[in-house]
Design a protein around this ligand. Sequence first.
Ligand code: SF4
Length: 509
Amino acid sequence: MAASVSAAAKASAAFAHKKELAAAAPAPAQHRAGSGRRSNPCRVRAVASPARAPRAPASTGSVKSAMTMTEKILARASERAGLEPGENVWVDVDVLMTHDVCGPGTIGIFKKEFGEDAKVWDREKVVIIPDHYIFTSDERANRNVDILRDFCMEQNINYFYDIKDLSNFKANPDYKGVCHVALAQEGHCRPGEVLLGTDSHTCNAGAFGQFATGIGNTDAGFVLGTGKALLKVPPTIRFVLDGEMPPYLLAKDLILQIIGEISVSGATYKSMEFVGSTVESLNMEERMTLCNMVIEAGGKNGVVPADETTFKYLEGKTSVDYEPVYSDAQARFFSDYRFDVSKLEPVVAKPHSPDNRVLARECKDVKIDRVYIGSCTGGKTEDFLAAAKVFLASGKKVKVPTFLVPATQKVWMDLYSLPVPGSGGKTCSQIFEEAGCDTPASPSCGACLGGPRDTYARMNEPMVCVSTTNRNFPGRMGHKEGQIYLASPYTAAASALTGYVTDPRDFLM
Ligand code: SF4
């Protein structure tokens, strides 16, 4: 243990941080201060919802006091010219998401408070995504999806990603899978907007420069009826990540490193803004991984400034006009943390807390029983491509059962269609099969949250698992004595090949 702490401390030395309230450093050149519409048109025509009139920006032009991105988004959503951390403001909600676990409770509160015949405030802004307990014979879980379906039909909800045939997810073209990844893929994550969801990992959407956070069923019931929410403006901690990303690191290593640095309460009710050359180099799915786990540090939300990578990802996904905002050069941040990413090493979070960070190589004697690659954090296409890269590089077979749960139907299709770079045209599914992994499962939250006992890959015994998910609390993936090591897809794949927690450099270097 002492050795672990010591080495982790060395890794921490790659970070220089100052915790004083500080005047903001100049924003990186490509992050425009101010919130004016970009000359590059962001409007995209596509499948989804009809265009609507853009809301007048509250902080454009005559900015009286400098603001962070999060403050600006909330100022605009509350039609205020400016605001400060700690203020309570009523905001107009752009998107409300709920799913099969919290949706029925939210609907119940909505009907109790607004009446049996009440209508939601805007059927175009409510997104309902069954994803948690789907492929199970548990009658109560199945009933939850039925309640969502009845409500969506009654309210004529536009965005309901339904599943009726549980025996074959492919027979359900509307079904997507894990809500946070589906929200992004279906164009509901848009810069400058406010997205609330009845799920703590709603913060995932901050990757798009959107204010996105989880709320409870009671608040969500109120939003359903009014389209408004009362929010306290969070102060912002800025994380500046610079340096070339080593080829053995992924965004999961970065966020585990950050959480290990500041602890699970280090950003309580704070906004976490991620900037710097490393962040700019990340694709959207990696940015999502960063923002997805801010809640594990207590963060209210996470944000990445929108840029060309964001706009390109959104092309063809939404018809809604959006307007990004950026932190002002003189914005005041609660604190700054600076990271030289080029000096970091692969890390894992040991049981039973996401901030229990150690270097992956320090756990090389930890024998494992299984590997799980999936969830909103680690079950995206890029996550599987990363895992496939390790299997391909090794040419070996896995030594422990290795479960693959694509987040969404689109990810599942990517596994069977996208060629893995450097493989001569092989798909992820081919590489996984050659490595001896389990066949990719139906897309859903799977065993990330444990779920009913018949959930695929649920830990029904007290096993040791390396997982690309986001939480390793006791009982999180099933058995309360199970041990979960949170890791990147690189580290998870490397560990599957050895049967021990393994630094991916053993195969990638
Ligand atoms: S995949 Fe896991 S963390 Fe993500 S929404 Fe589902 S249960 Fe929650």
